[in-house]
Design a protein around this ligand. Structure first.
Ligand SMILES: C[S@@+](CC[C@H](N)C(=O)[O-])C[C@H]1O[C@@H](n2cnc3c(N)ncnc32)[C@H](O)[C@@H]1O
Length: 243
């Protein structure tokens, strides 16, 4: 009996040692291999956000990875611009990229138009296409560090290119650089889109909440003038700086 006991304990010991060893190996495997990988995946989103630098955008232009670029002024923006009468308006297009809307404005006699982008490549391309456009109206800088005073700011695919944590700063900066009763007009995506890389989406309700403290919401509605591949995905808006 005693012997059987002895053997039993022995067998138990022999059985539990490999199990323990296996458990230990699994723990080491989890700690040094799986956990870092999981962490990496979880962090990927925020790392991608950190990559949204001027260099990131510059590389995209220089490499030709510009899926957002329509190659012409969008129908939605042309529709907005066509409603403008005052050719003396001082207009800013931030995150202008290749600036097709600026070309459109310029060709229609708006001469007080400024393009801003922190990537040099699209501004150079714009200058090449529009050799007579005043160089001093091409602002190669970070939007959040700019100063100035404008009557109208035109928004298209700049807001959605920014890390969403910057949205409150975007609203503040817009208010800061607009003249008294100045406007921001344009289009914004009204669908969620991506969470870890541009374009970042949103909803009309979200935008109302975000802007209404500093702006009067004059227009915020589904855009019917969108380009075919953006139809149903955009809202057209007109917000006036609250005095
Ligand atoms: C998606 S692209 C849109 C370009 C243009 N609006 C269009 O519709 O083709 C976003 C642009 O915003 C610019 N951008 C992003 N963050 C910026 C910042 N903080 N200051 C200035 N430009 C910025 C990028 O360089 C890029 O040209």
């Amino acid at each position: 009996m005693q012997e059987r006991n002895h053997q039993g304990e022995f067998l138990e010991f022999r059985f539990s040692r490999p199990v323990l060893g296996l458990g230990l190996k699994a723990l080491i495997f989890w700690y040094f291999w799986i956990k870092p990988k999981v962490h990496e995946v979880l962090l990927k989103g925020s790392e991608d956000m950190e990559k949204l630098t001027a260099d990131y955008w510059e590389d995209r232009y220089r490499g030709g990875y510009t899926g957002w670029d329509l190659g012409h002024a969008s129908s939605a923006m042309r529709h907005i611009i066509d409603q403008l009468d005052d050719k003396n308006l001082k207009i800013l297009i931030p995150g202008a990229g290749n600036g097709y809307e600026a070309t459109y404005l310029n060709n229609r006699g708006f001469k007080n138009v400024f393009l801003l982008d922190w990537a040099a490549a699209p501004l150079e391309a714009f200058q090449k296409e529009n050799p007579d456009f005043p160089k001093k109206q091409l602002l190669h800088q970070d939007f959040f560090l700019m100063s100035g005073s404008f009557d109208l700011i035109l928004e298209q695919t700049f807001f959605c290119a920014l890390n969403p944590v910057l949205r409150p700063d975007y609203v503040k900066k817009m208010s800061e650089i607009l003249n008294k009763n100045g406007f921001i007009r344009g289009v914004l995506f009204r669908v969620p889109l991506y969470e870890d890389r541009p374009p970042f989406g949103g909803s009309a309700e979200e935008y109302r909440d975000l802007f209404e403290e500093l702006f009067d919401i004059l227009l915020l509605q589904d855009c019917i003038m969108s380009e075919p591949d953006r139809l149903g995905m955009e809202v057209e808006f007109s917000f006036q700086k609250r005095s």
